[in-house]
Design a protein around this ligand. Structure first.
Ligand SMILES: C[S@@+](CC[C@H](N)C(=O)[O-])C[C@H]1O[C@@H](n2cnc3c(N)ncnc32)[C@H](O)[C@@H]1O
Length: 236
């Protein structure tokens, strides 16, 4: 299956639009079925963060922040007091979700920005950057640009994306069985066709001096991590 990137409806809807609210609810359910918070937590633990736990993390394309909170619940015991930045062009993070981070001892900041504009800011310098169901939105040139900018901003990058496979494509046509609305039913199929397989993200990661891992995870996901190799003579 060749990779095909087409526009997704949710990307164009204002956060308060009932179709967007319904689709973000569907995404929470789909993330649960895909097991993406667990996939990302395991990938981050396997990649390792070096001698010091991260102090600053960011999610690109964080949406309603629910995935980030589910990830934080898994990581907070080993990563205390993290400052997490939730970046999205159209963020939809509720007060309840922000309170969830506070209960874990984390602080969450929501930034409404295009990912490229945010990565250009000095404030984007973070220990860990994650992306969930996000990289597949970008066609080839933008994807390479995004990965290059992320690599310049962090020491550990992890992404969990739709796996581009006939099985995942067939399953994406059935999300209506989970009660998904018309927006999600459209976007799910588009997402799988724009997803990843093999070592496609590793091939697009820009710099030498990184440890890359990539492959299928659970039934429908594709996971990628890039961990910057410690500089010779660095402490730890
Ligand atoms: C499929 S949703 C995933 C949201 C969240 N990561 C999750 O797993 O529920 C993709 C998100 O990317 C955001 N997005 C798309 N293009 C973007 C861009 N260029 N810059 C920032 N956010 C973007 C959309 O607003 C949307 O919230």
């Amino acid at each position: 299956m060749d990779r095909v990137v087409l526009p997704e409806i949710l990307d164009e809807l204002p956060p308060a639009d009932p179709r967007a609210i319904g689709s973000r609810r569907d995404l929470r359910r789909i993330n649960g079925v895909m097991g993406n918070a667990g996939v990302l937590a395991a990938a981050l633990r396997a990649a390792g963060t070096g001698p010091t736990a991260p102090a600053r993390c960011a999610e690109l394309g964080a949406g309603d922040g629910a995935l980030a909170l589910a990830l934080a619940r898994r990581l907070a015991p080993a990563w205390p007091g993290v400052a997490v930045t939730l970046v999205d062009r159209r963020p939809a993070v509720t007060a309840g979700t922000l309170a969830g981070f506070t209960q874990l001892g984390w602080t969450a900041t929501v930034v409404a920005a295009d990912v490229f504009a945010w990565l250009d800011r000095a404030a984007a310098e973070t220990d860990v950057i994650v992306a969930n169901l996000f990289l597949h939105h970008f066609p080839e040139a933008d994807l390479r640009r995004l990965l290059a900018r992320a690599a310049a901003r962090t020491r550990l990058f992890a992404a969990c994306e739709p796996r581009r496979s006939p099985f995942a494509l067939a399953a994406s046509g059935l999300v209506g069985l989970l009660g998904a609305n018309a927006v999600t039913r459209h976007d799910a199929v588009v997402s799988v066709r724009a997803g990843f397989t093999g070592a496609e993200l590793s091939a697009r990661w820009p710099a030498a001096g990184w440890t890359l891992r990539e492959g299928g995870a659970r039934a429908f996901s594709h996971v990628f991590t890039a961990a910057r190799a410690p500089r010779p003579g660095a402490g730890g």
